[in-house]
Design a protein around this ligand. Structure first.
Ligand code: PTJ
Length: 249
């Protein structure tokens, strides 16, 4: 995907790059038009967070890495925004923790499913799940409930970036360990998560990968200790505090 010709020194470089990628995603049939609105919501929170990874989000990313390394069957769920923003980084994370990648859309169309699968393959993915759709998330309406039985359906740990609140709650009710990346610490998705990472997906995914690489020789006991020490409520409160104090910084 070509990126904008704008100097990296531009104070809003990352934000402009992100917008450009989302626009290109819509043009390529990957991202839904609602994805543009979702991006706008996310940007507002990112602005208030100082457009940087706050310490509590970095801790949460490390805990997410520990969960993924401990998992029997981790799956990374990809929607139209995630595919447009960080396809290579998703493939790198999947490789680092030996996870499956599954395309899972809120506004599901077969054309967009296929376009995203192709796009992820162009960025290095071998197998991409989601097209079989022989499983269901209970208590969610038909199209939005579709999952692969041997993908998200049988996962013990799922990474669900920019997820819709209903589905995040329903996946939690299925007993899955849910790692949510969402810039809004008050969203239902972030609140439903086992591990909420309040950070931009563009920063959070490579950060989880970096932590996974750093922890790859850690023992099960060490990983379990990292997981046990985490408090999701504290992480959300730290993010809310960072947002409220943003005009002091
Ligand atoms: O591709 P689809 O059909 O699966 O649709 C995907 C979207 C994102 C359009 C759909 O799931 C949706 O409408 O989501 P919401 O309900 O708007 O929620 C998106 C959440 O992601 C919001 O809480 C935003 O703050 C957050 N968000 C947006 N951009 C980013 C983000 N979080 C992290 N990084 C971002 N870049």
């Amino acid at each position: 995907m070509s990126d904008i010709e704008i100097p990296e020194s531009h104070p809003r470089y990352q934000s402009l790059l992100t917008r450009h990628r989302i626009e290109a995603g819509v043009e390529k049939g990957i991202t839904s038009q609602q994805g543009l609105i979702a991006q706008g919501r996310g940007e507002a929170f990112d602005y208030l967070l100082g457009e940087e990874t706050i310490p509590s989000a970095d801790d949460a990313a490390r805990v997410a890495a520990a969960h993924l390394l401990l998992a029997d069957h981790p799956v990374i769920s990809v929607n139209g925004n995630v595919a447009a923003l960080c396809p290579e980084e998703i493939v790198e994370l999947a490789d680092a923790v030996d996870a499956d990648i599954e395309v899972n859309l809120f506004n599901r169309t077969e054309a967009r499913m296929q376009a995203i699968v192709d796009h992820l393959r162009e960025h290095g993915a071998d197998e991409v799940k989601g097209l079989t759709a022989d499983g269901r998330i209970p208590n969610i309406d038909h199209k939005r409930a579709k999952i692969d039985a041997d993908g998200i359906g049988s996962a013990d740990v799922v990474v669900v970036p920019l997820e819709d609140g209903d589905r995040a709650e329903a996946l939690g009710a299925m007993g899955k360990t849910e790692i949510v990346v969402d810039l809004n610490p008050m969203s239902r998705s972030a609140r439903a998560a086992t591990v909420p990472i309040v950070d931009n997906i563009m920063r959070a995914v490579p950060n989880i990968t970096a932590h996974a690489n750093a922890l790859k020789d850690a023992s099960r006991e060490e990983l379990e200790a990292i997981v046990a020490e985490f408090d999701a409520e504290d992480a959300l409160e730290a993010a809310e505090r960072a947002i409220r104090s943003s005009d002091d910084t």
